[in-house]
Write a protein that binds this ligand. Structure first.
Ligand code: TXA
Ligand code: MG
Length: 313
């Protein structure tokens, strides 16, 4: 497996050179693995879409490691700076108004007047971004619409040697993607529930934050597509107990073939979610999948969002 490299100092330096030379590096973040490229290299950005088989109308997130890089091609007002200082580094992505124009950035943003930016809370991602010296655009490092990768092996299983280097930093601690918060309007709107909870954002802003489930035909965050994050098997959700011939993924006291968190801890459940969906897929055989109900608060919002889309046929 030549493309997986332990994320040590030498290999991070090598990976930074790959980014500078226009290559693709899969990097661990606290949420999921990202497939990274130099945002200022339009050809490298184009290759991300190719390798993921992702439509170019589905924009990418820019990852930065230092606050100074925030205003490089977006407008940041006081509220944006306050949110950044409170939640970065961490799993919060902000949709911001763009300024200026650059071929790579235009492509990464699918020509939209907005750009998404986040600062990942992971030492490997931070070191890679700093040493590359540019913002790194990175979608989740999986094929479009499939289950997101939370280990280096997941990346390899999906994308293989099309990635120049996969930096192995172990399992992603959060396990679901970042929360996407649109702050271009007066009221902040969550376009994708994720690792930063709605409750924490509302507490900090001191106001209600809207939650958009999106328009399925014209998603503003294509993570909003009805079917996404999908395992190969059919998945039934909110299942109080398994039916005959079902592989059951439990939660809390509802035990099963797997249990997302025997103690009912939503953070643990989120960290296990994608790996368990993959494991269920490979071991269920002729059975279909079913999952126990997950409480709809905190990071449970993100879990329920992902499994709703994963279960859509
Ligand atoms: O946690 C994460 O966010 C991971 C790690 C690697 O950082 N990244 C990730 O990227 O999940 P991706 O590309 O798989 O999902 C990004 C989502 C997509 O649904 C995309 O449509 C949306 O963000 N998005 C990107 N730019 C946008 C914009 N300007 N307006 C609205 N949605 C946008
Ligand atoms: Mg994705």
């Amino acid at each position: 497996m030549k493309s997986i490299y332990e994320a040590n100092e030498d290999n991070i330096a090598k990976a930074a050179q790959v980014i500078k030379d226009g290559g693709l590096v899969a990097m661990p973040t606290e949420t999921v693995y990202g497939l990274g490229a130099n945002v200022y290299d339009a050809q490298a950005v184009a290759r991300i879409f190719e390798v993921k088989r992702r439509p170019t109308f589905d924009p990418l997130i820019s990852h930065i490691a230092d606050f100074d890089a925030l205003p490089e091609y977006v407008e940041a007002d006081q509220r944006v700076w306050a949110l950044a200082r409170r939640f970065w580094p961490g799993p919060l992505t902000m949709v911001l108004k763009r300024r200026g124009s650059h071929a790579g950035v235009d492509l990464a943003c699918s020509g939209l007047p907005t750009a998404t930016v986040r600062m990942p809370d992971h030492p490997v991602a931070a070191a890679l971004i700093r040493q590359s010296g540019v913002p790194i655009v990175a979608p989740s490092a999986n094929l479009f619409k499939s289950v997101s990768p939370t280990t280096a092996q997941h990346v390899y299983d999906g994308l293989g040697d099309q990635v120049d280097m996969i930096l192995d930093g172990g399992s992603c601690p959060v396990g679901v993607e970042s929360t996407i918060l649109d702050v271009t309007g007066t009221t902040a709107v969550i376009l994708r529930a994720g690792g930063t909870t709605r409750e924490d954002i509302e507490d900090f802003l001191g106001e209600r934050v809207l939650l958009s489930h999106g328009e399925p035909d014209r998603p503003s965050a294509p993570g909003q597509l009805l079917r996404h994050y999908a395992p190969g098997h059919r998945l039934r959700i909110n299942a109080e107990k398994p039916q005959e011939n079902e592989f059951y993924i439990g939660f809390g006291t509802r035990d099963g073939d797997l249990n997302l968190s025997p103690s009912g801890d939503l953070r643990e459940a989120a960290a296990n979610l994608f790996a368990f969906l993959r494991q269920a897929d490979t071991t269920a055989g002729g059975r279909t999948l079913a999952m126990a109900p997950i409480p709809e608060y905190g990071i449970g919002l993100a879990i329920n969002d992902r499994i709703r889309r994963a279960s859509h046929d």
